[in-house]
Design a protein around this ligand. Structure first.
Ligand code: ACM
Length: 614
């Protein structure tokens, strides 16, 4: 009997072969490129390297290459010499995707071409990942060709600098490493109840008052039941970026082809604004910049005055950020005070609004009109759908995917940022609130779940799926008090988001990805990133085998060069515990608690994992 292979199956398997086939399964690059063809041999980069670069983009990208090559002791010059060892072209019309690139390494040298600067930059990032991070005297690159392009055009990461402030140096470090994984959007959550972080010259009290809080709640608010449980640290906290600092960060991001989307929250998440300008509230009050977390009922009162205030603020914001998008927040704005306000009732009557919830739509529409008049596009959290917005605005779906699906059906473009898949304030330990883990807000979001996220909802037809611009991870920072902790929460999960955004879903494979994650750790070490060391693997009941009257435990780690240490006496393994060198055999007839910890070559270690074997 003959089997007929359906054409679509043939196409799928060819596609997979292209990526995972003989030629390609060796690539360590994250995000996985579309097409890699490796041939035998390698190009040895000579001691003196010339880089051909002519246009401003080519010269910009050439400088990144130069800095990198100099770390290998190479003498690098940039010129328009056609016979250069490395040739960069940002005007190759054959590369149709704006962020795509083609990279070839052959006997005559290295060529990277793209139709724009971003593609060229991404070609260089792939080249860098082809070379071991250790700086040996010989710098060689395998002969190959890569043709690559992103699947989604919005590949973002958000950082909340309000709940905790992060320095310009940290933000730059963050942007630099994100760009190296081909993330193209940095969403800067600049304002919230607990702190206003951007200098606005027209409203100096925003940075004198709203940028500072008297003190901060201690511990996890979600675990506190009664007002007496709320304790504060008694230490003033705050900070902000001057406009010059913002300009400096924007220029830094532009060189790395990252668009910064500034977020100015309104009308909710604005208690700090009310502390600075209480006349923007619906009722008199003694407002102070928020010192705890959660959602406050004290929101901006909708009025011509408050619209004007935010227009003035946004006028300065627009001057600083050349990108197309301005995020106005719009989330979690309870209407408790609006319902009781005579002024809001009057506004509703005047504008024929029958539902106080829709007043936020009135407010948003005014701001949207203003932004459009300035050539900008409004972005907001999915609550902006509730009040009504025009089709020109972008909806960021955070309360799961429902808002994004509704918005796409409505005809709006969407960025998928569902909390259950890409919220990096969520924990990384299956044991909720594990004392082994730094404090986190809630939940368990392992890297595998992030990786397997597909931003294209099945509920949408292919036509409507075109509204999904891409995906974005967020880091809200209520409990992220230090740079190290931010890095611990972001890395390595952000590598999964980079691949979700770049690589077509049909080419994604978690096992293959995860093995590549381990290979990135030396690169993250070189950048001094405090990534979370993944737990030891193999301590799960499905991995335990039986041999006669023994249970056999086989442990492993993706961390290159790591040591695994274990105990069977219930204690947490430290450097004194048994070194794992071969599968552990324990009596099958006893209940034995096995605990294991991975010790990385960088001197740090994972949290323990344990299993009672019985
Ligand atoms: C959000 O997490 N409140 C957007």
């Amino acid at each position: 009997m003959k089997f007929k292979v359906p054409v679509f199956l043939l196409m799928i398997s060819l596609n997979l072969l292209q990526v995972f086939g003989q030629q390609n399964d060796k690539t360590e690059i994250i995000p996985l490129p579309l097409q890699v063809n490796v041939s035998s041999g390698k190009f040895i980069v000579p001691q003196k390297v010339t880089i051909h670069a002519n246009t401003p983009d080519e010269i910009n990208v050439a400088h990144f290459l130069k800095t990198w090559l100099e770390q290998y002791g190479k003498a690098v010059s940039i010129s328009n010499d056609q016979n250069a060892v490395i040739s960069l072209s940002s005007t190759n019309g054959n590369v149709t995707n704006k962020e795509g690139y083609s990279l070839s390494v052959e006997n005559s040298g290295i060529k990277i071409s793209a139709s724009q600067g971003s593609g060229l930059f991404y070609g260089v990032q792939s080249l860098i990942q082809l070379v071991p991070v250790e700086k040996h005297a010989e710098l060689s690159v395998p002969f190959l060709t890569i043709n690559d392009q992103p699947f989604f055009k919005w590949r973002g990461v958000m950082l909340d600098v309000s709940r905790h402030f992060f320095s310009v140096n940290f933000v730059k470090k963050y942007i630099d490493v994100l760009a190296s994984y081909k993330i193209n959007t940095f969403h800067w959550h600049l304002t919230d109840d607990q702190g206003w972080r951007i200098e606005i010259k027209k409203y100096p009290k925003l940075t004198q008052v709203a940028a500072f809080r008297k003190e901060t709640l201690i511990g996890a608010q979600q675990l506190l039941k009664k007002p007496e449980d709320f304790k504060y640290d008694g230490t003033p906290y705050g900070g902000f970026y001057t406009q010059d600092e913002i300009k400096d960060v924007v220029a830094y991001a532009q060189k790395r082809y990252i668009t910064i989307v500034p977020e100015i929250e309104m009308p909710g998440h604005s208690v700090g604004v009310l502390a600075a300008y209480p006349e923007l509230a619906c009722k008199d009050g003694n407002y102070e910049t928020y010192k705890k977390w959660g959602v406050s009922e004290d929101i901006i009162c909708p009025s011509d005055k408050s619209v004007k205030f935010f227009e003035n603020v946004l006028s300065e914001v627009i001057q600083l950020f050349p990108g197309k998008y301005v995020h106005i927040g719009g989330d979690e704005a309870p209407k408790t005070v609006w319902k009781e306000s005579a002024a809001v009732q009057k506004l509703m009557k005047k504008n024929n609004i029958d539902d106080v919830e829709k007043v936020q739509g009135w407010f948003n529409a005014r701001i949207e009109k203003f932004l459009i008049s300035k050539g900008k596009q409004l972005v907001g959290w999915d609550e902006i759908l509730e009040g009504g917005i025009t089709l020109s605005s972008i909806v960021m779906s955070w309360r799961g995917e429902a808002g994004g699906i509704e918005a796409a059906k409505h005809g709006n473009d969407v960025v998928m940022s569902p909390n259950g898949f890409v919220y990096f304030d969520y924990g990384q330990n299956p044991v909720l609130h594990s004392p082994d883990e730094p404090l986190n807000i809630c939940c368990y979001l392992p890297i595998e779940k992030v990786y397997n996220y597909n931003p294209l909802p099945k509920e949408l037809s292919p036509e409507l799926q075109k509204h999904i611009l891409g995906t974005q991870a967020t880091l809200f920072t209520e409990y992220i008090t230090t740079d190290n902790k931010a890095e611990y929460m972001i890395f390595p999960r952000v590598l999964a988001v980079a691949e979700v955004g770049w690589t077509p879903a049909a080419n994604k494979n978690f096992k293959n990805f995860y093995s590549r994650v381990g290979k990135q750790f030396p690169r993250l070490d070189e950048r001094k990133i405090m990534y979370r060391i993944p737990e030891t693997e193999g301590l799960d009941s499905a991995s335990i085998t039986t041999d006669g009257n023994k249970k056999i435990i086989t442990l492993r780690s993706i961390v290159p060069g790591a040591e695994i240490r274990y105990t069977i006496d219930g204690h947490t393994p430290d450097e004194t515990a048994n070194l794992y060198t071969q599968p552990i055999a324990v009596p099958a007839n006893l209940a034995i608690k096995v605990r294991a910890v991975t010790f990385a070559p960088n001197g740090r270690h994972s949290v323990p994992v344990e299993l009672i074997i019985q």
